[in-house]
Design a binder for this molecule. Structure first.
Ligand code: TRP
Length: 452
């Protein structure tokens, strides 16, 4: 087979690729979403299931996305079309890519709204609004921020402009540099906060809540949410990692790369839980408070700690950066597709897609104020977009992508691309993508549908 080359350039090294994928993986999912959905789904049992899904489905699926991406060397739609044609003679596999590109646009539409809250909180923290505030005051601050559509809309707009700015310039220049510094800084900040939580929060209650599984708390819906989040947090199921994989140099080892990303992402999610839940329990807050959880718990910690104004400001700054590096990954597949298949220049493609995301995001902005009365069986419009993408589109995408790597691609192609021989490790991977991942996903879906 003649090797194709990427049209958007290459990562400068394997480390750069690891940082970029980690940058996309570590985001609001780890720090904002994970604690609150764990709180809504009963703690320890949810956590355990999430970890099982991360390693049994997430890790092999990540390897599958990278290998497909590198083989195709194009945006996810074209990549699936050409690899699919090589392997099976059919171009129709491109629909998986189209599903993924749409999921990215939809996810970013609400992700940007939450990232906008994080941006706004940088300034609230810096102004000292949390200092010595009570839980009620902090809760009111959050509700009045999201309830004010002008403020929410403004910050959503700022965040989308920031994202467009970087993506328009091309991935390598802006992104690699930012991620290299910001990720370690975020980790450091979480460790500082961990020290505070251990000393001042109810740490043992938190550990108990997170790590002592109580299976009677777990529902089928909880299992679906855990599966959806395992994919969401690793940026899987929508071709984002596939798009990044297209820019990976030929000789980089895919397996060890994926392991590094999965471990880093999981570590940050656990750390975020260990920072947030001690404050939640120490202050008698409700772990099931929903999307406002970190915006209502962490300010209490900042408000009562020495240097809290500085720490709080830095924390929300880093959270915004983490969201930024993820937003770039969410929009990249759509931008690369418009650029490669429709001939739009990269900056133009970025503006068009960014504008579309911004417009769809209005639904999420208004779901906390003007349109808060509109609900679906999943809750507000904001929750509906989140549920539909994370719990339906991503699992479907992951089912299709793992199935593609396991059943459509032949053994020779995948082992050639993974470069880890055809021994035990390769076979374990193949069993996961052929059987375990697709069956687990279908099983959860069928059960869930049976209950509806
Ligand atoms: N992983 C990101 C987070 O946890 C969110 C996300 C989902 C994402 N899918 C993505 C980011 C695709 C980049 C690309 O916050």
């Amino acid at each position: 087979m003649e090797k194709r080359t990427s049209l958007q350039g290459f990562w400068s090294s394997r480390l750069a690729f690891i940082l970029a994928v980690t940058g996309s993986a570590v985001g609001l999912g780890n720090i904002w979403k994970f604690p609150y959905i764990m709180g809504e789904n009963g703690g320890g049992a949810f956590m355990l299931l999430y970890l099982v899904f991360v390693f049994l489905i997430g890790l092999p699926a990540m390897m599958a996305e990278i290998l497909i991406g590198r083989r195709g060397r194009r945006n996810p739609v074209t990549t699936l079309e050409i690899v699919g044609e090589e392997e099976s003679g059919h171009k129709r596999w491109r629909v998986i890519g189209i599903l993924g590109v749409s999921a990215g646009v939809l996810i970013l539409s609400y992700y940007s709204v939450v990232a906008g809250w994080a941006l706004a909180y940088i300034f609230k923290a810096a102004q000292g609004l949390f200092t010595a505030a009570s839980a009620d005051v902090v809760g009111e601050l959050f509700n009045s921020h999201t309830g004010n559509w002008k403020a929410s809309l403004g910050w959503h707009t700022v965040f989308m402009l920031m994202t467009i700015m970087v993506v328009a310039r091309g991935v390598e220049r802006g992104l690699e540099q930012a991620v290299r510094i910001l990720m370690p800084a975020l980790l450091l900040m979480l460790l500082v906060l961990l020290v505070y939580s251990v000393k001042n929060g109810d740490f043992s209650a938190a550990v108990n809540y997170m790590f002592a599984p109580n299976f009677s708390d777990l529902t089928l819906n909880g299992a679906l949410v855990a599966l959806g989040h395992a994919l969401f947090t690793l940026s899987l199921g929508m071709g984002a990692v596939m798009a990044y994989g297209a820019y990976l140099p030929e000789d980089s080892n895919i397996g060890t790369t994926a392991v590094a990303v999965v471990i880093a992402d999981t570590a940050i999610a656990l750390l975020a839980g260990l920072v947030i839940f001690p404050v939640v329990f120490g202050q008698g807050l409700d772990a099931a408070a929903g999307p406002g959880l970190i915006f209502q718990s962490l300010p209490l910690a900042f408000g009562s700690m020495k240097g809290g104004v500085v720490f709080g400001t830095i924390f929300f700054l880093l959270l915004s950066f983490a969201a930024w590096t993820s937003a770039i990954g969410l929009i990249e597949p759509a931008v690369a597709w418009m650029n490669e298949s429709f001939g739009f220049k990269r900056p133009v493609a970025t503006f068009v897609i960014g504008g579309l995301v911004w417009a769809v995001g209005l639904l999420s902005v208004f779901s906390f104020n003007l349109l808060s009365h509109i609900t679906t069986p999943f809750g507000t419009l904001f929750k509906t977009v989140d549920f539909f993408t994370s719990n339906i589109m991503l699992p479907l995408g992951a089912f299709a992508i793992t199935g593609f790597a396991g059943w459509v691609m032949c053994r020779n192609s995948t082992s050639d691309e993974l470069k880890m021989g055809t021994g035990l490790r390769y076979n374990l991977w193949r069993i996961c993508v052929r059987y375990i991942a697709p069956i687990a996903i279908v099983f959860i879906f069928i059960n869930k549908l049976g209950l509806l």
